[in-house]
Write a protein that binds this ligand. Sequence first.
Ligand code: GLC
Length: 748
Amino acid sequence: MKKGNVRCIFSILVCLLLGAKVYHMHAHQHDYSKEIETLLSRMTLEEKIGQMNQVNFDSLSDELLQQVENGEIGSFLNVTDPKVINILQKAAEKSKHKIPLIIARDVIHGYKTIFPVPLGQAASFEPAIAETGARIAAVEASEHGIKWTFAPMIDIARDARWGRIAESLGEDPFLSSLMGEAMVKGFQGRDLTAPTAIAACAKHFVGYGAAEGGRDYNSTSITPYALRNTYLVPFQKAIDAGVLTVMTSFNDNDGIPSSGNKYLLKEILRKEMRFSGLIVSDWNSVGEMITHGFAVDGKDAARLAASAGLNMEMNTGLYVKYLKRLVEEGRISISDIDASVRYILNVKFCLGLFDNRYLNISKESAIYSEKHLQAAREAAVKSAILLKNDNHTLPLREIRKIAIIGPMADAPYDQLGTWVFDGEPEHTVTPIGALRDYTEYKDIQFVYEPILRKSTDNDTVNFRKIRQTVETADAAIVFLGEESRLSGEAHSLSDINLIGYQSDLLREVKKVGKPVVTVIMAGRPLTIERDLPYTDALLYCFHPGTMGGPAIWDLLFGRANPSGKLPVTFVREVGQIPLYYNHNNTGRPAPDHAKTLYDKSGEKQSSVGDVSFYLDSGKEPLFPFGYGLSYSEFKYSGLSLSSKKIGMKGSLVISVTLKNTGNMDGTEVVQLYVRDRVGSIIRPVKELKGVQRVNLKAGESKVVRFVLSPDDLSFYGMDMIRKPEPGYYTVWVGGSSNTDLQETFLLE
Ligand code: GLC
């Protein structure tokens, strides 16, 4: 571990040792602490408040440079021109205390080389994919002077109507924790003072994905148990991984907006979770407390946020406008101001900005390097999920000519997905682009007709070309899905069917009678049950990024074998939402594969059910969490436990034999689930507790082992203390959350 990290982590440890004193940390600690206190002692109240002010960059001006020289601004977001950043840093160096600026940007799933959206990366169930993607994003972004990204977004997302599910790592706390931790490590690197290290930001704290109705920014009603047992889990993992910053969320939870929630920030985040980094607000969330009806006016909003322990205020300028007066009026304590400034300075010291604030612009660029593009291609391959493959339609074999149909076959902007500020569509390799430019696919004969110009196109005039296009080919590959603007922030949908006339297009293609392969690129799990009968095979790609084109052909032609698994449940109907695998059992669970009313005509009004399901769509999802097919066949057998009971200091080894009975080498994501049969509060019917990607040659078998410790079973029970509870547990191992292979053990 490099010097920089040791110092930084040590100074954070010093904070932790001081526990509650972290707000009143004094000068007798470690390196940075000494430097921090020295600085602090020399700063005026205005200069301290200036550090708490994050400004959205618009354009350079003398006035702006003067503000920086006066120490009125601590950070900028959304400036990406290295020359401009050096000018701003120069102005900061002219300020009295020479405190460097920290430059931030939303680098969510790539800077220039764009990786699959985070929901897609989560489908790989491979943390290394997320870490590599984040590292590459950091290398590219830091080249332009960005030293802080507002990622990973680790909101648990169980509602496909919510546009930001695309940006999430799915519905499961364990998987979101694994992938979020990997992204933190990727962005921040092994040495925080390295030029390519950028501060990560765990967001949005907290519960933003639980917006009522899946409607962005809407209220949430997360109970204290659900908060700790579900929504905080990925954040604790990110904090344990050393994430330097956290961003508060827009939503109010139970009537309290996060940016003004003192209990959430000071008691839970700081004390309970022992976070000692920087807390920044989301965009206008401080000012929006007025709109929420939580603050009277801007001054009140600044007071609520600062006294709640929000360290840096993004974009509304309310801190710099009101905090001085609030301190003078005794309505904000100077200790709150000092604590905030300590956290901010600590991040700047950790990143080595005091020693290296300027960019070396002339160095050779790594942006779009072959290595980066290859990594993005591998990520897109591993993020794709094979949902249907009747009659072994895939991989494509003995294909002389293919017909390529659909609006997503050559959509360079939309293929990148949401939250792409700096990606460039001209660098996207679409499926059509790959056939044209990639040597491995240049000999493929194809005919291409989009038929619909874009996913929302309602003009079906070109439907008349479908038959003549498809009948000349051996198979039809149909590219459907969502334009990137249909997911992401503020882009929630109440209808998540394939939008526009895409389903009609698929039916028309199927009528021609050739094998049909559908590839969907979308930002969310769509309700595609009605489309399945019209395609022989279906590959689902959550917007796969810059290299999605070659990756898709790698999979369709069998140069790669699909291994992705669903990080989120696919519902049959939008009306089933929320429907997720790790749900409570209820007192009246419907039997598996509960029949719906329409299976039994003539039923009387009082005859159906008495159990928890939908009369029309049953209780099952279309595809469950963790589901995904392969060109190989994987068989599980011989599930065994090292013991039928363990004590609180014991551990359990769970073994299973996995065999690839197919005729292709492949990778299976082996999943370990548990259920605590009885808890002081009800426990979910299944919880993911382990994943392993296992590569097996055709015919090969391997014993796969997991080690489970009692702490892995810990949760906040009735007494709100995190610990495992004794009792019987069921263990499952399989290639999806609906696996039946199970064993039971007793925790004493
Ligand atoms: C946005 C998003 C947040 C982002 C911030 C800065 O509104 O909610 O995720 O990091 O503003 O762009």
